[in-house]
Unconditional design. Sequence first.
Length: 349
Amino acid sequence: MRTAVLRSIRSRLTSSTSSSSPHLLRRCYGTESVPERKVAVLGAAGGIGQPLALLMKLNPLVSKLALYDIAGTPGVAADVSHINTRSEVAGYMGEEQLRQALEGSDVVVIPAGVPRKPGMTRDDLFNINAGIVKSLCAAISKYCPNALVNMISNPVNSTVPIAAEVFKKAGTYDEKKLFGVTTLDVVRAKTFYAGKAKVPVADVNVPVVGGHAGITILPLFSQATPKANLSDEEIVALTKRTQDGGTEVVEAKAGKGSATLSMAYAGAIFADACLKGLNGVPDVVECSFVQSNITELPFFASKVKLGKNGVEEVMGLGPLSDYEKQGLETLIPELKVSIEKGIKFANQN
Ligand SMILES: NC(=O)c1ccc[n+]([C@@H]2O[C@H](COP(=O)([O-])OP(=O)(O)OC[C@H]3O[C@@H](n4cnc5c(N)ncnc54)[C@H](O)[C@@H]3O)[C@@H](O)[C@H]2O)c1
Ligand SMILES: O=C(O)C[C@H](O)C(=O)O
């Protein structure tokens, strides 16, 4: 039973999250040919950090796993390190160990920061998380300026622009290497769509574009596959449930935080896609909030092709339904404000 579960998780992480062929992956990842890759998780002792550390330890593409937090990492690292998989695990605690945690990293995943409580918006986290993200990104620009950065800390619509500004000031900004992790929106859209359309969830694909907060999350159910005959009312309900997915969890947790387990899963899927891209696996595609020129906004989430240098191609939106066109028009002003807030913070503080 235990072996079957582990096999299933590992196969999900190494087979197609994207359009990559499982056969090709198997050929690319014969044990001898897997390159060395270091992944650092910043905020590794938290609600997301701990299950994410577990999932990254199960990922055979990782050879070194650095677990950093301001407290609690020795225990998490000792625990995870006993799992008999490829990567070597090390825990780092406190700012004086941040350099060691980051040096040599290929991918840095950042779930550091405070989560929401009921009644809060993601933007209410800005005052605390903006400063955390800014200082962590300053360290990244010093110690691993070439790493791919996977930003999970909220509000993603502002923390990604903050990171970009910090990297620009340090002279290390590479727009191909900075990603806002919006995979949980895709994970939710797939789950909700499969339930409504009564199709096997493993077969479902749904792009989610825009940003990562409320109406800025725009699932494109008109492009969902397998196709299903859903009514307009059903599409509206699915869209709203995807947009409010985070709040649904925050309310259910009743003051004990926000999504951690589903986020760890989503974060692991996205980090895995980044590693595959770095390793030269072709046609790795995931949605992510990146520097973009597909709309008038400087950052936007859409399908992105990942390659050896990070973003290989920011893909277009594809054909939109009238409902989606309207959603796009409505989200742009809100997303613009969040992006500008992040840029302003980074430049004033
Ligand atoms: N992008 C998404 O889809 C998504 C989904 C869920 C949660 N989130 C966000 O992820 C963040 C973390 O959520 P959580 O539930 O894991 O919170 P948590 O409070 O359980 O864990 C956060 C961890 O960050 C650590 N931390 C704080 N300051 C730090 C610093 N300067 N350096 C390193 N670590 C630091 C804390 O010690 C803690 O262990 C929140 O901002 C939350 O809103 C994003
Ligand atoms: O909703 C939150 O605050 C956390 C996260 O952004 C989510 O979508 O679950």
